[in-house]
Design a protein around this ligand. Sequence first.
Ligand code: HSE
Length: 438
Amino acid sequence: MSQGVKVGLLGWGTVGTGVTRIFQNSQDLLAKRSGTTITLGKIADLDITRDRGVKVDRSLLTTNAEAVIQDPEIQIVVELIGGIEPAKGFILKALKAGKHVVTANKALLAEHWDEIMSTARDSSADIYFEAAVGGGIPVVQALNDGLAPNHIQGIFGIINGTANYILSQMKKGQSFDEALAEAQAKGFAEADPALDVKGGDTMHKLVILAAMAFGRRVAPSDVHVEGIDQLTAQDILYAREELDKEIKLLGIAKQTKDKQVQVRVHPALIPGDHLMSAVHGVYNSLYVIGDAVGPTMFYGKGAGEMPTASAVVSDVIFIARNIHMGVAGNVPSVYYLPQAAADSLPVEPIAELVSQYYLRFTVKEEIGVIAKIAGILSEKGISIEAVIQKDAHKENVVPIMIVIHQAKEKDVTAALETIDKMPFTVQPTLKIRIEDID
Ligand code: HSE
């Protein structure tokens, strides 16, 4: 056996603590799986005094990240600080020093994909990021290896545990705020919960998945993003009871017929009997369709200390094995086409999307309102599939749900702009896309 591989940790928060816990509990397993001994060489965090309930040799602790990056014995640097700076500077420095890097930092990868990938390539260093998408679910490795011979046709992901937790709790009758507070208390949420509920975190993960699936970067600004903060418990209930559908926050990356890709994040109505509808709470799921394999599905905990630590340490084991075999840095860790680095993927504008929609109007209870709405929709060539009217929940104000047949997004938007200006409209109309997931 070689002298073993030393790992340096940057950031000792929730996930970092989980990583040290795995090192404490599963040292033998790590050695058996990698063929070499893997040990923690240094741990850097601004706070090294807080008790994390895990045993580590205190001489490993430092408040100086540079001491980790510059340590000649450390071959793998694990970045778990999160955010753009200083994480980005540390990662680039570590790669340039020839160290392999493991990171869970989805925001950084999404925003600076090319710079990080090309620095890794130029330095013959590996970068692995299983924990950046889907918490403990090994979907990054699946895209890299298990699905390697496939042209990926579509990815549909429930990839934000907090948002999925909130939707699941709202279905059980909890308010949005109560559910968010619980998710935060359980350590699922981002430091800024707006990233979870407004779709930004799902967007970051989707950008990474799309880059891996299609071999070229997707500009974050090209992704259409909507969150779950406009949804009410009533929408979730109507979807279930009237339409046999579930509302999920989806990240979608899909090839179109004319060689563009759709990359969009938004709540979607999906069939109640689809497997993705059974994904509740903090669980994440990815439905990935390849041209050879057909549909595949991945499921597991998408956030939290130990699931995310599991993904981080899986990358560490993988790299340690490669170091042991003398191949680390020689095989690209990600399917990536450097010649296309300058060009983002051509993304279909959301206005061109053709979809079915659920529309929830909030209007005054007056004679002829449905007729007027139907008239405006028909002027745009939009055909109605179903109309549901519920009892007034406030005096003289009623929700009207209309499901429309396939239509172009820009026509739907234009019709809603007109309808929302009508004197009978009490609240802006909510529009949720209906996805078949196939
Ligand atoms: N805030 C994220 C989530 C954590 O809720 O999924 C994992 O990326």
